[in-house]
Design a protein around this ligand. Sequence first.
Ligand code: OGA
Ligand code: MN
Length: 229
Amino acid sequence: MVLANFRVIFAGKLLSWGNIGCRRLSAQPGLVELVQLNKIPDDLAKEVLKNFRIIPDFITKDEENDLLGELEPKLRRMRYQYDHWDDAIHGFRETEQMNWNPKNTVVLNRIKAEAFPGEASLLPHVHVLDLADNGWIKPHIDSVKFCGHTIAGVSLLSDSVMKLERETDGLAFIALLKRRSLYVMTDCVRYEFKHSILRNEDSYFGNLKVDKLRRISVICRNEPQEEIS
Ligand code: OGA
Ligand code: MN
C-alpha cells in the first residue's frame, strides 16, 4: 500500500500521514482510528467522521471475559461454516441472544445508550458473530429489510481491520477495530459503503500488520424504518 495517499483521522481531526508516522500511530494510547485509502474529499470525510465512530476500550478486560463466559458455551457447540463461495462471511459461527445475565446486560445497555441515543426500536436480539482465525467477512451492505440506520459492534478477542468502500465510486477507507473497541456505523456509511473484515493475510492498517486471530463481535442493530406508502 502507498502511504503517501493516506490521510489519518485522529480524535476527530484530519491529519496528514506524514505528520504522524506509523510507529507513533501504533504507540498512541488513543490510537488513530481511521485511515483513508483514496483521496476522499473533505466534505465526504466529514460525513464519514460523523457516521463512522470508533471508541477504543469501550469495554474492560473483565467485561470482555464476562461476555465470553456467557457466549462460549453456546458457540462451542457449533461448527464454523466455510460453505458457499458466494456467502458474505467465510469461517464463522453465529448466534443471537435476547436475554443476558445481569452483568452483561449492563454492558449491552451501555452499548445501546452510546450507539442509539433516544432510539426506541432496537432489534431485540443481539447478533453474535464468531469469526475463526482464518475467517473473514466479504464486502457487503446489511439488508435494509432487516436492519435500520445504525449498526454498532464491540470486538472481542482480536484486533481486526474493517474496510469500507463506497458502492458508487469505490472511494474507500479502512478502520482499525481494536479488541474491546466499539464501532458505530450510521446513515450514509451504513447505506452507501460496503463493509468487510479483511482476512488475516490482507489485514494491514497502513503498513502496520494487524494479526486477526479468532474474533467475536457483539452487534446491535435497530429496526428498519417503516416504509411510507
Ligand atoms: C455482519 C457484519 C461486522 C462485525 O455480520 O453483517 O458485517 O463487526 N459484521 O463482525
Ligand atoms: Mn454487515
